[in-house]
Structures are given as structure tokens and as C-alpha cells.
Design a binder for this molecule. Structure first.
Ligand code: UDX
Length: 445
């Protein structure tokens, strides 16, 4: 099939590459001419495991091409995916200006029947808005379909190639038929396509992300209860996760969720609900708890140092919002660096891939180390922010040797309490008892 993807951000490029991989001819359109030129040379604009080799292979075999010419992209293909940014506007709603501008462009140059597909997370009614916008500029027949993406960064290739479901929002029988054919190679024996109307598909995306964010916020709230009452959130997690109705995933308490999707989408759902006079107490609580969780974590660090961080060196391990990505959007590290440096601390960070992005955001307010242990030299505390695998089983002797004092704040509950105690660390995690080994140093209040 001939497919065009408009927007070569994370979703667009993963979608385009994975569609080319099964033999489709894919044209990726982006208005950034320099980016198009570098992609033509096989350079991917972000880090995603497994993407680079698949991307290069499909370029070499001629199935994946790039252009800045929207008309070329629109007229060469039957299916046109919109994978455009929908950043939050000031009031939390999704900013649709890119979607509208591109829809106008499609309407102007469309010369034949097309299926326009919305992949971006957009407010309910956007499929209709795209349809009306295109219709203003053309009499040619077309369908607009909502086909939300559920890709997780870090494992996006696997999620696309082996999806657990494909949601297609359309009432057009022809579009349904084309979509079955398009996604057939990704469904193997079982039918994973769930077809519904456009609005239901749009809400499905928000509901999925808000539900997952709710699981996290719920566990974060329970972690506070565990701390107060001397229980262990990790045991509680295992105790409830083994109930199939609850499920094991997304029950990890921590510093709160980040990334390009959850924060933005839960805010947008909150706004949609409030604009339409719908009850939305749960959605509001998800957001509140998430913000409180970060704050509580940083307050604990501040209170450990009795509010005096001036001249202290604090090291952060992990800067991306989660492991296996260089994405720092809404990463907890940003909030932590901001707070600690504002309080006078010298902040040092190490991350396998995201260091340069944090450096360009914070400049002199942060130093980025090239090595996870070097980052600890003479630091007053280590904060584990993102659970990259290189931080999961580190050499604690080296850590102890490098740190000025043996203090670890673990935002991801990676280390064993008994081991930390035996090794003589002061160790503070989330929803578990504190390990205070050296009573001569400041203690938590
Ligand atoms: C998410 C959705 O999972 C995906 O389906 C959607 O299409 C896009 O948004 P992603 O943003 O890549 O994917 O990250 P995800 O793995 O879902 O994690 C989101 C955040 O939640 C991260 O900050 C992570 O650290 C946090 N998290 C996740 C927890 O704090 N606890 C958990 O148990 C799980």
C-alpha cells in the first residue's frame, strides 16, 4: 500500500518505519527541511531501541522516503496519517493548530479519494473538525479515521509490530476494509482490530492513559499510607498484583509519572470533562497526587539536610523520564534539578543517553558526568531518579568510596532494605521504611 505520514516525531517515525517494514511504500513528510535531509541520510532524530537498523534497512530498500512537499505526500498515497504535535495549551487543552494547518493543506492539494488518519491524541470531536476543515477546500471524496497509538517509548517497535489491540474509529465500510488489509500483517492469527465510531476511539486513548496514570497515582497514595504505618509498598504491590482483576503492571510507586503522554493527556481529559460539565473528580485527583508525589520526594531530601542545601553536591542517576529513552519531556529529573539548584545545591547528573538534553535545558545549573560512578565524586547524596538497568545492581563499595556521605534517595525502590542497612547506607525510598545507619548525620524529620 502507499502510505504517507505527516509529522516525523516519535509516533510518526516509528509508525512509518514499521509500516515500511512489512512492504508498504511510505513517504514521511516534515516541514523541517534540515531534518528531512538528515533522515534521508539515515540519521534518526531520537533514540529508540531497534529503530535505527529498521529505519536504515527500509531507506536502503527504497520503501521509506522523506520530503517537505506536502502535496507530493498527499497525492502519492491512499492513506495519510497525521502524527502531529498536540502540545498542551495554557489551559491544559490540546493545541490543535498543527492539525488544523495540515488539514487545510491536505484539502488544498488533494486530487483523489484519500483516507486521512488521526494518530495524535486529540480532543473528542477532532476527527469531525479535520473532516470539516478539509471539506472547506475540496469536493473530492475522503474519509477521516481515528486510529490512536498506544506505543510505549523504549519498546515502541515491539508494540507496533505485535500490538495487543488496534483501535479504529470510523463508520466508513471502505475505510474499515482498507484498515483490515493494512494491519493484517501485524495481527497474526488473531483479530486485534476493534472498530468503533470516531468519538469512542478518541475517548479510548484518553481513557487508557488516564487509567494507567490512575493506577500509578493510586499506588503513590498508598505508598504514603505505607510509610506512615510502617508497611512496605513493594509487598503490598505483590499482594494485590497477583489478583488478575488488578493485574501486575503499572503498580510501581515512585516519583510520579512523566513523559510526553500521561501528563499531557490526563490534563487534556480533565479539561474536556470540565468544559463539558462532566464529573471528573478522579481525573483531577490523578493530577494532584502526581504533583504531590514529586514535591514530597524533594521535600524529603530538603528536610534531610535541614533545609540547608547551600554548598551541598547532589548527584542524580537517570535523567530521562523512564529507562531506554532519551526523552526528558515532563521528566521528574527536571523538577528535582530545578528545586535543588534553586535551594543552592550543586547538581551533577548522569544518564546513559539523556545528559545532553538536560544540559541544554539547565546550562550551568547542572554538570553532566560521563560515568555513573564519577558523577558521585564528593557528593553529599545520590538520588536514583530513573531505573536504567545500569543502576539496578551497582557496585555499592564504589558508591560508598565516592560519596562524601553514604546517603541514597531512591525514587524507584530499586535496592533491598536489609542490604542497604548491612552496607551502612542511609537509604530512603518510597513507601518503605527508612534505613538510617549513621545516627550522627542529619535525620529525616
Ligand atoms: C504511555 C503509554 O503506556 C502508551 O500506551 C501511550 O501510547 C503513551 O504513553 P510512555 O509515555 O512511553 O507510554 O511511558 P510508560 O511506560 O507508560 O510510563 C509512563 C510514566 O509512568 C513513566 O514516567 C514511568 O516512570 C511511570 N510509571 C510507569 C510509574 O511511575 N509506575 C509504573 O508502575 C509504571
Amino acid at each position: 500500500m502507499k502510505i504517507t505520514i505527516i509529522g516525523t516525531g516519535y509516533v510518526g517515525l516509528v509508525t512509518g518505519t514499521c509500516l515500511a517494514e512489512t512492504g508498504n511504500d511510505v513517504i514521511c513528510v516534515d516541514n523541517n527541511v534540515e531534518k528531512v535531509a538528515s533522515m534521508q541520510n539515515g540519521i534518526i532524530p531520537f533514540y529508540e531501541p531497534g529503530l535505527e537498523s529498521m529505519f536504515k534497512r527500509n531507506i536502503e530498500q527504497g520503501r521509506l522516503t522523506f520530503t517537505s512537499d506536502l502535496a507530493h505526500g498527499v497525492n502519492e498515497s491512499l492513506i495519510i496519517f497525521l502524527a502531529l504535535p498536540t502540545p498542551p495549551a495554557e489551559d491544559g487543552s490540546a493545541d490543535l493548530s498543527y492539525v488544523i494547518k495540515v488539514s487545510e493543506g491536505i484539502g488544498v492539494c488533494m486530487n483523489d479519494y484519500k483516507i486521512i488518519v488521526n494518530k495524535s491524541t486529540v480532543p473528542v470531536g477532532t476527527t469531525e473538525l479535520v473532516r470539516k476543515t478539509i471539506r472547506k477546500y475540496t469536493d473530492t471524496e475522503f474519509d477521516v479515521v481515528s486510529n490512536p497509538e498506544f506505543l510505549r517509548e523504549g519498546v515502541a517497535i515491539n508494540d507496533f509490530m505485535k500490538p495487543n489491540r488496534i483501535v479504529v474509529g470510523t463508520r466508513s465500510e471502505y475505510a474499515k476494509k482498507v484498515f483490515r488489509e493494512l494491519y493484517e500483517p501485524y495481527m497474526r492469527q488473531s483479530d486485534k482490530m476493534i472498530v468503533m465510531d470516531e468519538r469512542s476511539a478518541e475517548i479510548t486513548k484518553y481513557a487508557a492513559n488516564a487509567f494507567l496514570a490512575a493506577k500509578i497515582s493510586f499506588m503513590n497514595e498508598i505508598s504514603g499510607i505505607c510509610e506512615k504505618l510502617g508497611a512496605n509498598i513493594e509487598d503490598v504491590r505483590k499482594g494485590i498484583g497477583t489478583d488478575d482483576r488488578i493485574g501486575k503492571q503499572f503498580l510501581y510507586a515512585g516519583i510520579g509519572y512523566g513523559g510526553s503522554c500521561f501528563p499531557k493527556d490526563v490534563l487534556a481529559l480533565n479539561k474536556i470533562a470540565s468544559d463539558n460539565d462532566c464529573e471528573h473528580e478522579m481525573v483531577e485527583s490523578i493530577i494532584k497526587i502526581n504533583q504531590a508525589q514529586r514535591k514530597k520526594f524533594v521535600n524529603r531530601i530538603k528536610s534531610f539536610f535541614r533545609g540547608d542545601l547551600a554548598g551541598k553536591t547532589i548527584t542524580l542517576w537517570g535523567l530521562s523520564f523512564k529507562p531506554e529513552t532519551d526523552d526528558i519531556r515532563e521528566a521528574p529529573s527536571i523538577y528535582i534539578i530545578d528545586e535543588l539548584s534553586a535551594a543552592g545545591a550543586r547538581v551533577v547528573g548522569y544518564d546513559p543517553v539523556a545528559g545532553p538534553f538536560i544540559k541544554s535545558m539547565f546550562g550551568d545549573r547542572v554538570s553532566i558526568a560521563d560515568d555513573q560512578y564519577e558523577a558521585l565524586t564528593d557528593a553529599d547524596a545520590l538520588i536514583l531518579v530513573t531505573e536504567w538497568s545500569c543502576f539496578r545492581n551497582p557496585n555499592f563499595d564504589t558508591i560508598a568510596g565516592k560519596l562524601k556521605s553514604k546517603v541514597i534517595f531512591d525514587g524507584r525502590n530499586q535496592y533491598d532494605l536489609i542490604k542497604m542497612s548491612e552496607l551502612g547506607f542511609n537509604y530512603f525510598s518510597v513507601g518503605r521504611r527508612s534505613v538510617v545507619s549513621n545516627t550522627s548525620i542529619h535525620q529525616l524529620t
